[in-house]
Design a protein around this ligand. Sequence first.
Ligand SMILES: Cc1cc2nc3c(=O)[nH]c(=O)nc-3n(C[C@H](O)[C@H](O)[C@H](O)COP(=O)(O)OP(=O)(O)OC[C@H]3O[C@@H](n4cnc5c(N)ncnc54)[C@H](O)[C@@H]3O)c2cc1C
Length: 404
Amino acid sequence: MALALDQAGLKTILVDVAAVLDQLEPSFDGRASAIAYSALRQWRALGLAEALEGVAQPIRRIVVTDGHAPGPGGGAAVTGRMCIQASDIEDAHRDEPLGWMLENRHIRMALDAALTRSNVTCLRPASIAAVQFETNRIEARLEDGRRVTARLAIGSEGRKSPLRVAAGLGANGWSYGQTGVVATVQLDRPHDGTAWQHFMPSGPLAILPLTQDRASLVWTERTSRAEALVTISDAAFESLLRRRFGDDIGQPSLIGARFAYPLSLQLSHSSTAKRLALVGDSAHGVHPISGQGLNLGLKDVAALAQVLSDAAKLGEDIGSPLVLDRYARWRRFDTAGSMLASDLFAKSFSNNNPLMRLARDAGLDAVNAMAPLRRLLAREAGGVTGDAPGLLLGQPLDEAAPPG
Ligand SMILES: Cc1cc2nc3c(=O)[nH]c(=O)nc-3n(C[C@H](O)[C@H](O)[C@H](O)COP(=O)(O)OP(=O)(O)OC[C@H]3O[C@@H](n4cnc5c(N)ncnc54)[C@H](O)[C@@H]3O)c2cc1C
Protein backbone atom coordinates (compact mmCIF):
# COMPACT_ATOMS: atom_id res chain seq x y z
CA MET A 1 0.00 0.00 0.00
CA ALA A 2 2.80 2.37 0.97
CA LEU A 3 4.71 1.65 -2.25
CA ALA A 4 1.62 2.27 -4.37
CA LEU A 5 0.91 5.61 -2.66
CA ASP A 6 4.54 6.60 -3.06
CA GLN A 7 4.33 5.82 -6.77
CA ALA A 8 1.24 8.04 -6.95
CA GLY A 9 3.33 10.88 -5.49
CA LEU A 10 1.61 10.91 -2.08
CA LYS A 11 3.74 11.53 1.02
CA THR A 12 3.49 8.30 3.01
CA ILE A 13 4.58 7.17 6.48
CA LEU A 14 4.61 3.45 7.31
CA VAL A 15 4.34 2.36 10.95
CA ASP A 16 4.95 -1.36 11.65
CA VAL A 17 5.19 -2.94 15.08
CA ALA A 18 7.58 -5.67 13.86
CA ALA A 19 11.29 -5.05 13.30
CA VAL A 20 12.20 -5.62 9.66
CA LEU A 21 14.99 -8.14 10.41
CA ASP A 22 12.63 -10.30 12.52
CA GLN A 23 10.14 -10.40 9.63
CA LEU A 24 12.79 -11.76 7.25
CA GLU A 25 13.82 -14.69 9.48
CA PRO A 26 12.76 -18.16 8.18
CA SER A 27 11.21 -18.85 11.61
CA PHE A 28 8.93 -15.73 11.44
CA ASP A 29 6.34 -17.17 9.02
CA GLY A 30 6.78 -20.56 7.31
CA ARG A 31 3.96 -19.95 4.84
CA ALA A 32 4.06 -19.59 1.07
CA SER A 33 1.21 -17.84 -0.74
CA ALA A 34 -0.61 -18.60 -3.96
CA ILE A 35 -0.57 -15.25 -5.74
CA ALA A 36 -2.99 -14.42 -8.56
CA TYR A 37 -1.33 -13.37 -11.83
CA SER A 38 -2.96 -9.94 -11.50
CA ALA A 39 -1.38 -9.46 -8.05
CA LEU A 40 2.02 -10.32 -9.46
CA ARG A 41 1.49 -7.77 -12.25
CA GLN A 42 0.81 -5.20 -9.53
CA TRP A 43 4.09 -6.03 -7.79
CA ARG A 44 5.95 -5.79 -11.08
CA ALA A 45 4.36 -2.38 -11.70
CA LEU A 46 5.59 -1.33 -8.24
CA GLY A 47 9.20 -2.28 -9.08
CA LEU A 48 9.43 -5.75 -7.49
CA ALA A 49 10.00 -7.71 -10.74
CA GLU A 50 13.73 -8.21 -10.31
CA ALA A 51 13.51 -9.25 -6.65
CA LEU A 52 10.80 -11.86 -7.40
CA GLU A 53 12.62 -13.25 -10.44
CA GLY A 54 13.82 -16.80 -9.73
CA VAL A 55 11.89 -17.20 -6.47
CA ALA A 56 8.35 -17.19 -7.92
CA GLN A 57 7.11 -20.63 -9.01
CA PRO A 58 4.50 -20.60 -11.80
CA ILE A 59 1.33 -22.65 -11.15
CA ARG A 60 0.54 -24.39 -14.44
CA ARG A 61 -2.16 -26.83 -13.32
CA ILE A 62 -4.57 -27.08 -10.39
CA VAL A 63 -5.94 -30.52 -9.51
CA VAL A 64 -8.77 -30.70 -7.01
CA THR A 65 -10.02 -34.02 -5.65
CA ASP A 66 -12.70 -34.93 -3.15
CA GLY A 67 -10.98 -37.50 -0.94
CA HIS A 68 -7.81 -39.18 -2.00
CA ALA A 69 -6.71 -42.45 -3.61
CA PRO A 70 -5.75 -44.75 -0.75
CA GLY A 71 -2.03 -44.95 -0.06
CA PRO A 72 -0.46 -47.92 1.73
CA GLY A 73 -2.18 -46.92 4.98
CA GLY A 74 -5.54 -46.16 3.42
CA GLY A 75 -7.30 -42.85 2.80
CA ALA A 76 -10.65 -41.63 1.57
CA ALA A 77 -11.33 -42.82 -2.01
CA VAL A 78 -11.56 -40.12 -4.68
CA THR A 79 -15.18 -39.43 -5.60
CA GLY A 80 -14.84 -36.16 -7.52
CA ARG A 81 -12.06 -34.54 -9.48
CA MET A 82 -11.41 -31.31 -11.38
CA CYS A 83 -8.34 -30.10 -13.27
CA ILE A 84 -7.73 -26.53 -14.47
CA GLN A 85 -4.78 -25.80 -16.79
CA ALA A 86 -3.05 -22.54 -17.73
CA SER A 87 -4.49 -23.06 -21.26
CA ASP A 88 -7.98 -22.50 -19.76
CA ILE A 89 -7.13 -18.79 -19.42
CA GLU A 90 -8.55 -16.73 -22.27
CA ASP A 91 -6.29 -15.85 -25.23
CA ALA A 92 -5.15 -12.42 -24.04
CA HIS A 93 -3.40 -13.97 -21.05
CA ARG A 94 -2.14 -17.20 -22.64
CA ASP A 95 1.47 -16.40 -21.81
CA GLU A 96 0.75 -16.25 -18.06
CA PRO A 97 0.44 -19.19 -15.65
CA LEU A 98 -2.70 -19.66 -13.51
CA GLY A 99 -0.89 -17.99 -10.63
CA TRP A 100 2.37 -18.00 -8.74
CA MET A 101 3.66 -19.53 -5.52
CA LEU A 102 5.87 -17.32 -3.39
CA GLU A 103 7.33 -17.92 0.05
CA ASN A 104 6.09 -15.16 2.36
CA ARG A 105 9.69 -14.52 3.41
CA HIS A 106 10.63 -13.73 -0.20
CA ILE A 107 7.63 -11.44 -0.57
CA ARG A 108 8.71 -9.53 2.56
CA MET A 109 12.31 -9.27 1.28
CA ALA A 110 11.19 -7.92 -2.08
CA LEU A 111 8.81 -5.40 -0.49
CA ASP A 112 11.46 -4.32 1.97
CA ALA A 113 14.07 -3.76 -0.75
CA ALA A 114 11.57 -1.68 -2.74
CA LEU A 115 10.68 0.35 0.37
CA THR A 116 14.36 1.11 0.94
CA ARG A 117 14.54 2.61 -2.58
CA SER A 118 11.28 4.57 -2.17
CA ASN A 119 10.46 7.91 -0.54
CA VAL A 120 8.28 6.22 2.11
CA THR A 121 9.24 7.17 5.69
CA CYS A 122 9.46 3.84 7.54
CA LEU A 123 9.01 3.78 11.33
CA ARG A 124 9.79 0.15 12.31
CA PRO A 125 9.52 -1.15 14.96
CA ALA A 126 6.95 1.38 16.18
CA SER A 127 3.30 1.33 17.13
CA ILE A 128 0.52 3.78 17.74
CA ALA A 129 -0.35 4.42 21.41
CA ALA A 130 -3.31 6.74 20.76
CA VAL A 131 -5.05 8.15 17.71
CA GLN A 132 -7.53 10.96 17.22
CA PHE A 133 -9.73 11.05 14.14
CA GLU A 134 -10.46 14.77 13.62
CA THR A 135 -12.57 16.44 10.96
CA ASN A 136 -9.65 17.43 8.72
CA ARG A 137 -6.88 15.03 9.74
CA ILE A 138 -5.79 12.22 12.03
CA GLU A 139 -3.25 12.69 14.76
CA ALA A 140 -1.40 9.66 16.16
CA ARG A 141 0.91 9.44 19.15
CA LEU A 142 3.44 6.63 18.92
CA GLU A 143 4.52 4.52 21.91
CA ASP A 144 7.93 6.25 21.85
CA GLY A 145 6.29 9.69 22.11
CA ARG A 146 6.62 10.76 18.45
CA ARG A 147 3.58 12.31 16.78
CA VAL A 148 2.31 11.76 13.26
CA THR A 149 -0.41 13.73 11.51
CA ALA A 150 -1.99 12.90 8.17
CA ARG A 151 -5.09 13.46 6.07
CA LEU A 152 -5.81 9.74 6.10
CA ALA A 153 -4.85 6.66 8.12
CA ILE A 154 -4.86 3.27 6.41
CA GLY A 155 -5.26 0.26 8.72
CA SER A 156 -3.39 -2.77 7.36
CA GLU A 157 -2.30 -4.33 10.65
CA GLY A 158 -4.14 -7.64 10.23
CA ARG A 159 -7.22 -8.98 11.98
CA LYS A 160 -6.70 -7.29 15.34
CA SER A 161 -6.25 -3.88 13.63
CA PRO A 162 -5.82 -1.34 16.47
CA LEU A 163 -6.86 1.45 14.05
CA ARG A 164 -10.15 -0.33 13.29
CA VAL A 165 -10.81 -0.74 17.01
CA ALA A 166 -9.82 2.89 17.77
CA ALA A 167 -12.29 4.08 15.11
CA GLY A 168 -15.06 2.14 16.89
CA LEU A 169 -15.59 -0.33 14.05
CA GLY A 170 -16.67 -3.78 15.23
CA ALA A 171 -16.20 -7.04 13.33
CA ASN A 172 -18.21 -10.23 12.92
CA GLY A 173 -16.88 -13.70 12.39
CA TRP A 174 -16.41 -17.23 13.60
CA SER A 175 -13.78 -19.89 14.14
CA TYR A 176 -13.79 -22.97 11.89
CA GLY A 177 -12.46 -25.17 14.72
CA GLN A 178 -9.67 -26.04 12.29
CA THR A 179 -5.95 -25.31 12.26
CA GLY A 180 -3.74 -25.07 9.17
CA VAL A 181 -0.47 -26.92 9.73
CA VAL A 182 2.13 -25.52 7.35
CA ALA A 183 5.34 -27.28 6.33
CA THR A 184 7.80 -27.21 3.43
CA VAL A 185 8.96 -30.47 1.86
CA GLN A 186 11.50 -31.52 -0.75
CA LEU A 187 9.85 -33.78 -3.34
CA ASP A 188 11.62 -36.73 -4.94
CA ARG A 189 10.08 -36.05 -8.37
CA PRO A 190 9.33 -32.97 -10.52
CA HIS A 191 6.01 -31.31 -9.65
CA ASP A 192 5.71 -29.63 -13.09
CA GLY A 193 3.99 -26.64 -11.53
CA THR A 194 1.01 -28.68 -10.29
CA ALA A 195 -0.95 -27.48 -7.25
CA TRP A 196 -2.98 -30.23 -5.55
CA GLN A 197 -5.96 -29.61 -3.33
CA HIS A 198 -7.38 -32.73 -1.64
CA PHE A 199 -10.60 -32.31 0.29
CA MET A 200 -10.67 -34.61 3.30
CA PRO A 201 -13.45 -34.84 5.92
CA SER A 202 -11.26 -33.04 8.49
CA GLY A 203 -10.39 -30.25 6.05
CA PRO A 204 -8.39 -29.64 2.85
CA LEU A 205 -4.78 -30.59 2.24
CA ALA A 206 -2.99 -28.34 -0.25
CA ILE A 207 0.30 -29.39 -1.83
CA LEU A 208 1.59 -26.26 -3.53
CA PRO A 209 4.61 -26.17 -5.84
CA LEU A 210 7.72 -24.17 -4.91
CA THR A 211 10.94 -23.66 -6.86
CA GLN A 212 13.54 -26.47 -6.90
CA ASP A 213 10.83 -29.16 -6.71
CA ARG A 214 9.91 -28.26 -3.17
CA ALA A 215 6.29 -27.97 -2.03
CA SER A 216 4.47 -25.98 0.61
CA LEU A 217 1.89 -28.06 2.50
CA VAL A 218 -1.15 -26.60 4.18
CA TRP A 219 -2.69 -29.52 6.07
CA THR A 220 -5.98 -28.50 7.64
CA GLU A 221 -7.05 -30.57 10.63
CA ARG A 222 -9.51 -30.22 13.46
CA THR A 223 -7.77 -28.04 16.02
CA SER A 224 -7.87 -30.80 18.66
CA ARG A 225 -5.75 -33.03 16.35
CA ALA A 226 -3.51 -30.40 14.76
CA GLU A 227 -1.18 -29.99 17.72
CA ALA A 228 0.00 -33.59 17.34
CA LEU A 229 0.90 -32.89 13.69
CA VAL A 230 3.21 -30.10 14.81
CA THR A 231 4.84 -31.96 17.68
CA ILE A 232 5.39 -35.50 16.27
CA SER A 233 8.89 -36.27 14.96
CA ASP A 234 9.85 -35.41 11.38
CA ALA A 235 9.98 -39.12 10.48
CA ALA A 236 6.50 -39.73 11.90
CA PHE A 237 5.10 -36.68 10.05
CA GLU A 238 6.65 -37.81 6.74
CA SER A 239 5.31 -41.34 7.13
CA LEU A 240 1.83 -40.01 7.98
CA LEU A 241 1.93 -37.86 4.87
CA ARG A 242 2.79 -40.80 2.67
CA ARG A 243 0.15 -43.03 4.26
CA ARG A 244 -2.57 -40.40 3.92
CA PHE A 245 -1.72 -38.96 0.54
CA GLY A 246 -0.09 -41.84 -1.30
CA ASP A 247 1.52 -41.45 -4.67
CA ASP A 248 1.00 -37.75 -5.49
CA ILE A 249 3.52 -36.76 -2.93
CA GLY A 250 6.10 -39.56 -3.43
CA GLN A 251 8.75 -39.67 -0.70
CA PRO A 252 8.81 -36.13 0.69
CA SER A 253 11.46 -34.94 3.16
CA LEU A 254 10.64 -32.15 5.56
CA ILE A 255 12.65 -28.93 5.34
CA GLY A 256 12.58 -26.68 8.39
CA ALA A 257 9.93 -26.21 11.05
CA ARG A 258 6.18 -26.83 11.08
CA PHE A 259 3.81 -23.95 11.87
CA ALA A 260 0.19 -23.92 13.11
CA TYR A 261 -2.41 -21.28 12.16
CA PRO A 262 -5.92 -21.44 13.73
CA LEU A 263 -8.48 -20.67 11.02
CA SER A 264 -11.36 -18.22 11.28
CA LEU A 265 -13.46 -15.78 9.29
CA GLN A 266 -13.73 -12.09 10.17
CA LEU A 267 -15.43 -9.13 8.51
CA SER A 268 -15.19 -5.54 9.71
CA HIS A 269 -18.57 -3.74 9.92
CA SER A 270 -17.19 -1.24 7.39
CA SER A 271 -14.00 -0.81 5.38
CA THR A 272 -13.95 2.94 6.05
CA ALA A 273 -14.60 5.35 8.92
CA LYS A 274 -13.82 9.00 9.60
CA ARG A 275 -10.31 9.60 8.10
CA LEU A 276 -9.70 5.84 7.99
CA ALA A 277 -9.61 3.15 5.29
CA LEU A 278 -8.95 -0.53 5.99
CA VAL A 279 -7.15 -2.91 3.63
CA GLY A 280 -6.36 -6.62 3.81
CA ASP A 281 -7.14 -8.74 6.85
CA SER A 282 -7.94 -5.59 8.88
CA ALA A 283 -11.08 -5.36 6.73
CA HIS A 284 -11.73 -9.06 5.98
CA GLY A 285 -10.05 -12.34 6.90
CA VAL A 286 -11.02 -15.54 5.09
CA HIS A 287 -10.34 -19.31 5.32
CA PRO A 288 -7.21 -20.10 3.25
CA ILE A 289 -9.05 -22.86 1.36
CA SER A 290 -9.03 -20.96 -1.94
CA GLY A 291 -5.79 -19.00 -1.35
CA GLN A 292 -7.65 -15.69 -1.53
CA GLY A 293 -6.72 -13.79 1.68
CA LEU A 294 -3.63 -11.92 0.58
CA ASN A 295 -4.96 -11.59 -2.97
CA LEU A 296 -8.09 -9.85 -1.68
CA GLY A 297 -5.88 -7.47 0.31
CA LEU A 298 -3.80 -6.72 -2.78
CA LYS A 299 -6.98 -5.92 -4.69
CA ASP A 300 -7.92 -3.48 -1.90
CA VAL A 301 -4.50 -1.87 -2.30
CA ALA A 302 -4.90 -1.48 -6.07
CA ALA A 303 -8.38 0.03 -5.72
CA LEU A 304 -7.57 2.38 -2.82
CA ALA A 305 -4.33 3.57 -4.43
CA GLN A 306 -6.23 4.31 -7.66
CA VAL A 307 -8.99 6.20 -5.84
CA LEU A 308 -6.53 8.27 -3.79
CA SER A 309 -4.25 8.96 -6.76
CA ASP A 310 -7.20 10.17 -8.86
CA ALA A 311 -8.52 12.29 -5.96
CA ALA A 312 -5.11 13.91 -5.43
CA LYS A 313 -4.85 14.73 -9.15
CA LEU A 314 -8.23 16.46 -8.96
CA GLY A 315 -7.16 18.40 -5.84
CA GLU A 316 -9.66 16.61 -3.60
CA ASP A 317 -9.10 15.91 0.11
CA ILE A 318 -7.95 12.26 0.06
CA GLY A 319 -9.42 11.57 3.52
CA SER A 320 -12.88 13.02 2.83
CA PRO A 321 -15.97 10.78 3.16
CA LEU A 322 -16.73 11.27 -0.55
CA VAL A 323 -13.37 9.87 -1.62
CA LEU A 324 -13.39 7.00 0.92
CA ASP A 325 -16.90 6.02 -0.17
CA ARG A 326 -15.61 5.46 -3.73
CA TYR A 327 -13.13 2.93 -2.35
CA ALA A 328 -15.74 1.20 -0.16
CA ARG A 329 -18.19 0.87 -3.06
CA TRP A 330 -15.51 -0.39 -5.45
CA ARG A 331 -14.49 -3.25 -3.13
CA ARG A 332 -17.81 -4.15 -1.48
CA PHE A 333 -19.19 -6.65 -4.01
CA ASP A 334 -15.94 -8.53 -4.68
CA THR A 335 -15.13 -8.79 -0.96
CA ALA A 336 -18.57 -10.09 -0.01
CA GLY A 337 -18.60 -12.59 -2.91
CA SER A 338 -15.14 -13.94 -2.10
CA MET A 339 -15.94 -14.29 1.59
CA LEU A 340 -19.17 -16.13 0.88
CA ALA A 341 -17.47 -18.45 -1.61
CA SER A 342 -14.57 -19.34 0.70
CA ASP A 343 -16.93 -19.91 3.63
CA LEU A 344 -19.16 -22.14 1.50
CA PHE A 345 -16.14 -24.15 0.27
CA ALA A 346 -14.70 -24.46 3.78
CA LYS A 347 -17.97 -25.73 5.22
CA SER A 348 -19.17 -27.95 2.40
CA PHE A 349 -15.81 -29.61 1.69
CA SER A 350 -14.87 -30.26 5.33
CA ASN A 351 -17.46 -32.90 6.10
CA ASN A 352 -18.46 -36.42 5.20
CA ASN A 353 -22.23 -35.96 4.85
CA PRO A 354 -23.16 -38.27 1.90
CA LEU A 355 -25.66 -35.78 0.40
CA MET A 356 -23.19 -32.93 0.60
CA ARG A 357 -20.56 -35.15 -0.90
CA LEU A 358 -22.83 -36.07 -3.82
CA ALA A 359 -23.57 -32.40 -4.52
CA ARG A 360 -19.98 -31.20 -4.35
CA ASP A 361 -18.68 -34.11 -6.45
CA ALA A 362 -21.30 -33.38 -9.11
CA GLY A 363 -20.03 -29.76 -9.03
CA LEU A 364 -16.38 -30.78 -9.45
CA ASP A 365 -17.19 -33.21 -12.27
CA ALA A 366 -19.36 -30.60 -14.04
CA VAL A 367 -16.60 -27.99 -13.94
CA ASN A 368 -14.12 -30.58 -15.15
CA ALA A 369 -16.32 -31.41 -18.14
CA MET A 370 -17.20 -27.84 -19.15
CA ALA A 371 -14.50 -25.61 -20.65
CA PRO A 372 -16.44 -22.31 -20.12
CA LEU A 373 -16.77 -23.07 -16.39
CA ARG A 374 -13.08 -23.90 -16.14
CA ARG A 375 -12.27 -20.65 -17.96
CA LEU A 376 -14.44 -18.68 -15.53
CA LEU A 377 -12.68 -20.27 -12.53
CA ALA A 378 -9.26 -19.60 -14.08
CA ARG A 379 -10.19 -15.92 -14.54
CA GLU A 380 -11.55 -15.71 -10.97
CA ALA A 381 -8.30 -17.19 -9.66
CA GLY A 382 -6.38 -14.66 -11.74
CA GLY A 383 -8.20 -11.82 -9.98
CA VAL A 384 -9.15 -9.74 -13.00
CA THR A 385 -12.90 -10.19 -13.19
CA GLY A 386 -15.08 -7.09 -13.02
CA ASP A 387 -13.78 -3.53 -12.99
CA ALA A 388 -10.06 -4.09 -12.31
CA PRO A 389 -7.87 -1.18 -11.13
CA GLY A 390 -4.87 -0.32 -13.37
CA LEU A 391 -2.25 -1.78 -11.00
CA LEU A 392 -3.81 -5.25 -11.37
CA LEU A 393 -3.41 -4.88 -15.13
CA GLY A 394 0.27 -4.02 -14.60
CA GLN A 395 -0.10 -0.25 -15.19
CA PRO A 396 2.04 1.87 -12.81
CA LEU A 397 0.09 4.69 -11.11
CA ASP A 398 2.44 7.39 -12.32
CA GLU A 399 1.65 6.38 -15.93
CA ALA A 400 -2.14 6.31 -15.50
CA ALA A 401 -4.05 9.04 -17.31
CA PRO A 402 -5.85 11.54 -15.04
CA PRO A 403 -9.56 10.73 -14.58
CA GLY A 404 -11.78 12.17 -17.33
C1 LIG B 1 -2.22 -21.26 6.55
C2 LIG B 1 -2.54 -20.07 5.71
C3 LIG B 1 -2.28 -20.10 4.35
C4 LIG B 1 -2.58 -19.00 3.54
N1 LIG B 1 -2.36 -19.08 2.18
C5 LIG B 1 -2.70 -18.03 1.41
C6 LIG B 1 -2.49 -18.10 -0.02
O1 LIG B 1 -2.01 -19.09 -0.55
N2 LIG B 1 -2.85 -17.02 -0.78
C7 LIG B 1 -3.40 -15.90 -0.22
O2 LIG B 1 -3.74 -14.95 -0.96
N3 LIG B 1 -3.61 -15.82 1.13
C8 LIG B 1 -3.27 -16.84 1.94
N4 LIG B 1 -3.45 -16.75 3.30
C9 LIG B 1 -4.02 -15.51 3.88
C10 LIG B 1 -2.92 -14.45 4.04
O3 LIG B 1 -1.81 -14.98 4.73
C11 LIG B 1 -3.47 -13.23 4.78
O4 LIG B 1 -4.67 -12.85 4.16
C12 LIG B 1 -2.47 -12.08 4.70
O5 LIG B 1 -1.29 -12.38 5.42
C13 LIG B 1 -3.07 -10.78 5.24
O6 LIG B 1 -2.12 -9.77 5.05
P1 LIG B 1 -2.24 -8.41 5.84
O7 LIG B 1 -1.03 -7.62 5.44
O8 LIG B 1 -3.58 -7.80 5.65
O9 LIG B 1 -2.14 -8.79 7.40
P2 LIG B 1 -0.96 -9.50 8.17
O10 LIG B 1 -0.27 -10.50 7.31
O11 LIG B 1 -1.56 -9.94 9.46
O12 LIG B 1 0.12 -8.34 8.45
C14 LIG B 1 -0.12 -7.33 9.37
C15 LIG B 1 1.04 -6.36 9.41
O13 LIG B 1 0.74 -5.34 10.36
C16 LIG B 1 1.75 -5.28 11.36
N5 LIG B 1 1.10 -4.93 12.65
C17 LIG B 1 0.37 -5.73 13.46
N6 LIG B 1 -0.06 -5.06 14.53
C18 LIG B 1 0.39 -3.80 14.41
C19 LIG B 1 0.27 -2.62 15.19
N7 LIG B 1 -0.38 -2.63 16.34
N8 LIG B 1 0.89 -1.49 14.75
C20 LIG B 1 1.58 -1.48 13.58
N9 LIG B 1 1.73 -2.55 12.80
C21 LIG B 1 1.14 -3.70 13.19
C22 LIG B 1 2.41 -6.66 11.37
O14 LIG B 1 3.76 -6.58 11.84
C23 LIG B 1 2.36 -7.01 9.87
O15 LIG B 1 3.42 -6.44 9.14
C24 LIG B 1 -3.15 -17.84 4.12
C25 LIG B 1 -3.40 -17.79 5.50
C26 LIG B 1 -3.10 -18.89 6.29
C27 LIG B 1 -3.39 -18.82 7.77
